[in-house]
Write a protein that binds this ligand. Sequence first.
Ligand code: NAP
Length: 462
Amino acid sequence: MIDYTETLINLGYLVASILFIVGIKMLGKPETARRGNMLSALGMLVAIVSSLFECCLSFEWVIAGLVIGSAIGAIAARTVQMTAMPQLVALLNGFGGIASLLVGWESFHSQPDSNLFITIAVILAVLIGGIAFSGSLVAYGKLSEKISGRPVVFKGQQAANAAIIAAILLGAALVSYNPDAFYAYALFILIIALSFALGVLGVIPIGGADMPVVIALLNSYSGLAACAAGFIILNNVLIVAGALVGASGFILTGIMCKAMNRSLANVLFGGLQAGSSKGASAADQGEAKPISAEDAYYVLEAAASVVVIPGYGMAVAQAQHAVRELGEILENNGAELRYAIHPVAGRMPGHMNVLLAEANVVYEQLAEMDDVNPIMETVDVCIVIGANDVVNPAARENPDSPIYGMPIINADMAKTVMVLKRSMGAGFSGVDNPLFTRENTRMLFGDAKATLQQLIAEFKEN
Ligand code: NAP
């Protein structure tokens, strides 16, 4: 006889999986990203409701978890600052990792004598979930400056990591070989403890600066752990969702490394030499030329083409609405306007896109680095708003610079460059920026939002 409940549950899982895949695809473009997010959330609701029809579930616990989790999530999403988003994502990854670990632990606890396939899935869930949990907590601590962001390195660190990995592999082999053995449970708990240790030791040598890349990687780990958990409880949608998170996390990690021109190995085991003063050639040691908002107005008023390059400072200043307002004024003044977005501007992928979308900047005006660089020499004014590393010409010109090879937006090639920032201070990489002392650059010092408001006032007065 056909089991209709089972069929309906699987149908629900199929619909949820399709919604996840279409939703992720839609996240790839700013125009469709919001709807993609909603679609994926709807998929998660369908998945949860479908799973409630699985047998033997205790509804009270599920509903209690749903209510508590949704309340915490809603408060966190509403109160978190955009600049603190990477650490929130780190925490969420960590929770995903520990959830998969707990599924694996419960399964081993209640059915230690499952078949070999399930035992391996259990071990993978606790191992990867444990690494994702403790690694994400360290990443959270570094990003929120609750612990030092400096790389923590000690003698014999690599050897300690290798010894832990060897011990985990040996323990996993022994547990898989005979899960009923009297020592199996103790070994299993040891594997969990070692996974936590490996997560901590893997992330502490990485500088706070590289945490966003590490978070993308840990995100993919938490997906893989969820995938393993899906095999343990034989839940199709968990397997699909976990695999999607695992794959997209890896792809995102690759994109971030490429945009910084660094290998993953370099991020995990190397790290930038923060605080370096390298990057400026002798020819660049000139004086910066400050400009007042009033004089900047005259330059902008005469510009026929303007490219706005936002960076982390725009997020800090929360200047996105003022950026949009100035953009509209420039367009009404007859200028052709574009916003050039570097893939790693800000502190997380898509950071600038999200802020500009929040301020209702039209998507058609957003241009990618590769589209805007070829026409940069024809641009009258480039307005650099709180960006630094992503427009640092040393990355293109100076082989001694620690960021040499990182693709940049060639702001320096525009006829005039206006840089809005508070000081001559370095950006995220700690590297000096010769753009600030170039002949065609004018520095508009001050908080980006305040400066933009002054420019807007100048246009309104004149
Ligand atoms: P950046 O190089 O970090 O520079 C930001 C600049 O903003 C600073 O030099 C700072 O100068 C200025 N600033 C800060 N607060 C400001 C305010 N209130 N008003 C005006 N200016 C302000 O930023 P970026 O050019 O966007 O480059 C991003 C960096 O992050 C890259 O090195 C990238 O590799 C790294 N990163 C990004 C991601 C990602 O996913 N987006 C991930 C990992 C790493 P003052 O202090 O002088 O004002």
